[in-house]
Design a protein. Structure first.
Length: 144
């Protein structure tokens, strides 16, 4: 099964104190144990790094540790996908035409990659946000 992992799921999987850690971590384990094909967006790596290095936990996650977490838990097992410059522009146009602003653009870019990769499931802890930018079968968007 081809599964797109949103940043929200990866953050929860990587931070033990996160309220959704267990469910999210189990989803990450399924990539290794159940032969799920994991897909992430290139910008997901940057989002994950940004969150891990700023999350208000003690001790705070140092940049070098965050980098190691991303390498070990994402880069080694995921198919990391990007979109063309033209597709970026198209997504920006779509967001403007739908009057959507702010961070929803990152979900729209992720959704664009999920569509292009023809994933079976898009895992997110922000299902409502993805529904705002998704135009296909809504049952694909699931929580862990």
């Amino acid at each position: 099964m081809k599964v797109f992992f949103d940043t929200s799921v990866l953050v929860a999987a990587c931070i033990e104190s996160h309220p959704e850690h267990i469910r999210s971590f189990r989803s990450l384990q399924r990539v290794k144990n159940d032969n799920w094909e994991m897909v992430v967006a290139t910008h997901t790596l940057a989002e994950l790094y940004a969150v891990l290095t700023r999350v208000p936990i003690r001790p705070q996650i140092a940049p070098a540790i965050a980098r190691r977490i991303i390498k070990d838990n994402v880069e080694t097992i995921a198919n990391i996908k990007s979109i063309s410059t033209q597709r970026y522009k198209t997504v920006l146009d779509e967001m403007a035409s739908r009057n959507l602003s702010g961070g929803i653009i990152y979900d729209a870019l992720a959704a664009s990659i999920a569509v292009a990769e023809n994933v079976d499931v898009l895992l997110t802890l922000n299902r409502k946000d993805f529904l705002r930018v998704w135009s296909l079968d809504e049952s694909i968007i699931r929580e862990p």
